[in-house]
Design a protein around this ligand. Structure first.
Ligand code: ATP
Ligand code: MG
Length: 423
């Protein structure tokens, strides 16, 4: 039964919902005039029915979603209707579509932009995929690239590069259906790296070139930003859960115990003391059954963790290479997600990947302590994305004429090409 107050008509609230493989979290916030966000309530539940970011059991996942949102509603003292949902599973691609219209030498008006974006809307070809974002990146006036604000300028021809992020339709539909089954409206489904990038990268990092690696429980998302936006992403279906499972099977213990040992004693870095530090491990059978805890050295634990990490880092390095993150562009790497909380993770990644690595925590004043760690980067970024009112061309009505469709050859396309080939 919902007994709390609905938000007053004139109050614009945003609700973020992150459906992760280990936890489901919700955040209700009120955007201020100055672009700030006032947090009204947060909620979190253990995730059930979600595997590697995909919905694997509709009923269980729906229950966890409902409980997480209800908790946030209780704290906020408000009922919400719609949510912005993060999508972190695989099958997401990032491409650029470019379209052009004739202006005929006169000054560009607002209506011309709308017509151009209307043409763009018709021309995004998702290739059987579902479009999550279609955002205008740069305008080109008579060959002059990188124009951000073309209104008022004279030109013969005007083109725009549209950044399109698309996903495999079925898993997105399942997520959408699952959230709606929890009696919530879906305002938008946002690619997790877009959200996490908003929460823990600076504008300058996104401009100059940075890689963001979100180490989740069941998914590791590798994404690359340049020229202010997300230019490539790759999703790996493994994460912290695999480390926990390796520990559980290596030491013959329960997952919950393995998780505790990992978070308490685990590390990505070795030290000479590790051979002397002994850890009590509760075996699968309980104490009542007369089985005593066994003992393992911290060195043994770290060896198990390192073996999995080496495999994961190999995959991350290959993904970064595939995405063209190398040379002067590829100096800075930001690690986020709950998996980045493993002790020594930044030092370890820096050594293996050979680049400056820092841990990215969401930056938002007033964030409760419990939700301010890197595991909440996507959640916080979703709220920031929701409040930012980013222009999506799918929200534009009307179509234009005099279309000349091109390949991704504008500044944005070239930026990516340069990024991929030059270094
Ligand atoms: N202190 C810690 N040391 C090591 N690992 C940690 C620590 N804290 C959290 N983790 C790991 O982080 C993972 C959870 O990360 P996160 O909350 O980002 O995942 P998720 O959003 O639920 O899942 P996903 O995004 O992969 O679907 C778990 O595997 C957990 O073991
Ligand atoms: Mg996650």
């Amino acid at each position: 039964m919902r007994t709390r107050l609905p938000p007053p008509q004139n109050r614009k609230l945003v609700t973020a919902l992150d459906v992760g493989s280990s936890k489901i979290s919700a955040l209700i916030a009120e955007p201020g005039e100055d672009g700030s966000l006032r947090i009204l309530g947060t909620g979190q539940r253990e995730s059930r029915g979600v595997r590697s970011g995909f919905i694997a059991d509709m009923e269980k996942a729906e229950g966890s979603i409902r409980e997480a949102v209800e908790q946030a509603e209780r704290i906020a003292g408000i009922n919400i209707d719609d949510v912005f949902v993060g999508y972190s599973a695989g099958g997401v691609s990032s491409t650029v579509a470019s379209v052009e219209v004739a202006i005929g030498g006169r000054r560009i008006e607002k209506g011309d932009i709308e017509a151009l974006l209307g043409v763009g809307k018709e021309s995004i070809e998702p290739d059987g995929k579902m479009v999550l974002h279609a955002m205008p990146a740069f305008y080109t006036l008579d060959g002059m690239t990188g124009v951000k604000q073309p209104v008022g300028l004279h030109a013969d021809r005007m083109a725009v590069d549209i950044h399109v992020i698309a996903a495999e339709p079925s898993p997105v539909r399942n997520l959408d259906l699952c959230v709606r089954s929890a009696h919530l409206g879906v305002q938008a489904i946002v690619a997790a790296p877009v959200a996490a990038g908003k929460a823990c990268l600076t504008e300058e990092e996104r401009e100059l070139g940075v890689a963001l690696i979100e180490l989740g429980a069941g998914v590791t998302n590798v994404s690359v930003f340049a020229g202010g936006m997300l230019v490539g992403l790759k999703s790996l279906p493994s994460g912290g859960i695999d480390i926990t499972d390796d520990i559980a099977s290596a030491f013959g213990t329960r997952r919950a115990e393995a998780e505790r040992i990992k978070c308490f004693y685990g590390s990505a870095m070795t030290s000479p003391r590790d051979n002397h530090d002994m850890i009590d491990v509760n075996p699968l059978a309980s104490a009542e059954e007369g089985v005593e805890p066994s003992r393992a050295s911290r060195a043994q634990l770290i060896a198990v963790i390192r073996q999995r990490l080496e495999h994961l880092m190999g995959e991350i390095a290959a993904a970064l290479k595939e995405l063209g993150f190398s040379g002067p562009f590829g100096r800075q790497i930001v690690l986020t997600g709950g998996g980045s909380e493993l002790k020594g993770m930044a030092d370890y990644a820096q050594g293996v990947l050979g680049r400056a690595v820092r841990i990215g925590r969401p930056r938002l004043p007033g964030l409760p302590e419990a939700h301010s760690g890197p595991a909440f980067a996507t959640l916080v970024g979703l709220a920031q994305f929701a409040a930012s009112d980013e222009l999506d061309i799918r929200a534009i009505g009307g179509t234009g004429s005099a279309v000349q469709k091109q390949d991704a050859s504008g500044l944005f396309g070239r930026l990516i090409s340069a990024f991929r080939s030059q270094y």
